[in-house]
Design a protein. Structure first.
Length: 335
């Protein structure tokens, strides 16, 4: 019986997003009988807990025999804090495995081949792009060895990030500011340069109801900062990195367990990361305001940076442009 695997994969992706964002991927799994009935579900609850497949198999019990496992990430073959999922699927008598994203890690990849060798039918790539979006930062870390950086800029129509006085200036409206808090909540760290910390004196916290864990506040630069700044209050942890080199900064953050960084400026720090090719995504807010003078959003980059636009949306009276940065190794694929 040919079943619409994308329907079940959508359910598995929704389950995956229930799991915590951590150093491990978010994974969901559903067990589907030959009649198309979902007989077991599961998702990964974090490091050291059973993987999504194990939880789903436990939920299905004896009904897993002869059924199909639909999972968002290729089942692992390695032994970590838990056993290999491939072995559990084989022992449970699963007849088919349908997965979305191939495992990008060297230690856990190859599960599909092991399952095929055991006589299990394997179908890969179902809703792959949707599943990859859930673990975009985790996948980037596995492939590049450094955290995933999202750059957020709010500027006027004439490209200014502050007025001629150079002090703290509200650029966007309340709805765009609320969206910024949502974006912060999706990241492990919020980062600014010392100039922004001194001039704007931001809190860099997520001010939304229900947020239990605040992202790490990261201040980059060599200036000495007074302890009275808001970033030194007790509302969230703060890390000072006295190094201007983007690669060195990301190395420190990676060692601290950070996978996803929300870079909020200022212009010098944003330009340094863009120039170093270490920004993966941009979120650009355009406010219907003209200052005529004042600091601009970016310094000269010395090279062209292209962006693959994924979303253009009106947020209140502002406009958001969001997209992925196209790096040099990707240019040939897009020409």
């Amino acid at each position: 019986m040919l079943l619409p695997w994308s329907r079940y994969m959508s359910q598995a992706i929704a389950l995956a997003q229930l799991g915590p964002r951590s150093s491990n991927p978010q994974v969901g799994c559903v067990i589907v009988s030959g009649l198309g009935e979902v007989v077991g579900t599961g998702f990964h609850h974090g490091a050291g807990t059973p993987h999504a497949e194990i939880e789903a198999l436990s939920d299905a019990g004896d009904l897993a025999q002869g059924s199909t496992a639909v999972v968002t990430l290729e089942p692992c073959r390695h032994v970590g804090r838990t056993g290999p999922c491939t072995e559990a699927l084989i022992e449970a008598g699963i007849s088919r495995v349908v997965y979305a994203q191939s495992d990008p890690t060297t230690q856990a990849s190859g599960g599909a081949a092991l399952l095929r060798n055991a006589g299990i039918e394997v179908v890969g790539g179902v809703l792959e792009s949707e599943a990859c979006a859930v673990n975009r930062a985790w996948t980037h870390v596995q492939l590049s060895g450094r955290p995933y950086v999202i750059l957020k800029i709010a500027q006027t129509l004439d490209g200014r990030v502050a007025d001629a006085r150079g002090g703290p200036t509200a650029i966007t409206g309340q709805q765009a500011q609320a969206l910024t808090h949502n974006l912060r909540a999706q990241c492990d760290a919020v980062m600014v340069g010392t100039a922004t910390a001194l001039i704007d004196n931001p809190n860099l916290t997520v001010r939304l109801q229900g947020v239990e864990t605040q992202p790490l506040r990261v201040i980059v630069g060599e200036r000495e900062l007074p302890g009275s700044l808001n970033v030194f209050d007790e509302s969230a942890p703060t890390l000072i990195i006295q190094d201007r080199r983007p690669g060195a900064v990301l190395e420190v953050l990676g060692e601290s367990g950070v996978q996803k960084v929300f870079l909020e400026g200022g212009p010098t720090l944003a330009g340094a990361f863009l120039g170093a090719g270490m920004v993966e995504e941009v979120v650009w807010f355009l406010a219907p305001t003209l200052f005529g003078a004042g600091p601009v959003a970016l310094p000269a980059l010395g090279q062209l940076v292209r962006v693959d636009v994924t979303e253009v949306k009106r947020i209140g009276n502002d406009v958001m442009v969001r997209g992925r940065v196209i790096h040099d190794h990707e240019q040939g694929d897009r020409n």
